[in-house]
Design a protein around this ligand. Structure first.
Ligand code: PEP
Length: 243
């Protein structure tokens, strides 16, 4: 089970220090935690996480190794700051920064080149789900967002229905089960069987156990609830029971 915390552009640094301290005071057997803090906090977080077993990741990277890209961050820089993973293709980047599947794949290639593992997000919009196109859209995103030759042991997929992110709405167990089964089948066809498939979208302490018990759900990508130490710990405890 992998439980990943996506802090997005939160919280203030002083609160981040307290939050990460709370993370490190807990331990969950069989649960790999990953923290994606804002980029300026990486070095600070790397020091705080030392010896905790919690992995550190960046929330994005550029597709080039270096150059004149003001405001961007290279995968190698994330690595130098203590990250071992990068989150790519989150729907907030796809929507807010116009990131295409092809760009996500190029960023993933750069990340692999720099020695990072990749967590690639895919997920349909509400309109696509309502029109019965969810599986087709997610399958196309998966196909096009993966870089050539990605090794299975450096890839994690996060299925996040866009309409469930930060909204309090959660996909039903049937919807999650069907999508994870379809993604799992497609990964196996691509020679990537066994790659963990996380669910993301309003995972909270009160729904974590039932979501994590669904077949082919290998963990959760958690946004809002990861900013509350007790809520994040409760989700990790549910994962420990689901292992
Ligand atoms: C996310 O940011 O990936 C996410 C799933 O957010 P939330 O848990 O707040 O829906």
């Amino acid at each position: 089970m992998i439980i990943a915390a996506n802090w997005k552009m939160n919280p203030p640094l002083a609160d981040a220090g307290q939050l990460v301290s709370a993370y490190t005071q807990t331990n969950f057997d069989g649960v790999q935690r990953v923290l994606f803090p804002p980029h300026p906090y990486l070095v600070h977080m790397a020091m705080r996480l030392e010896g905790s077993g919690i992995l550190l990741g960046g929330q994005d990277c550029h597709q080039s190794a270096a150059g004149a890209f003001t405001g961007d961050v290279a995968a190698g820089m994330l690595r130098e700051c203590g990250a071992s993973m990068v989150l790519l293709g989150h729907s907030e980047r796809r929507a807010g920064h116009g990131e295409s599947d092809e760009l996500v794949a190029a960023k993933a290639s750069a990340a692999l080149e720099a020695g990072l593992s990749t967590m690639i997000c895919i997920g349909e919009s509400l309109d696509e789900r309502e029109r019965g196109r969810a599986e087709e859209v997610v399958s196309r995103q998966l196909d096009k967002s993966l870089p050539d030759g990605v090794p299975a042991d450096r890839l994690v997929i996060a299925y996040e229905p866009v309409w469930a992110i930060g909204t309090g709405k959660v996909a039903s167990e049937t919807e999650i089960g069907a999508m994870h089964q379809s993604v799992s089948r497609q990964l196996a066809e691509l020679g990537l069987g066994g790659v963990p498939i996380l669910y993301g979208g309003s995972v909270k302490p009160d729904n974590a156990a039932s979501i994590l018990a669904i077949d082919d759900v290998g963990g959760a990508l958690v946004g809002g609830a990861s900013l509350k130490a007790d809520d994040f710990a409760a989700i990790c405890a549910a994962a420990e029971l689901a292992v």
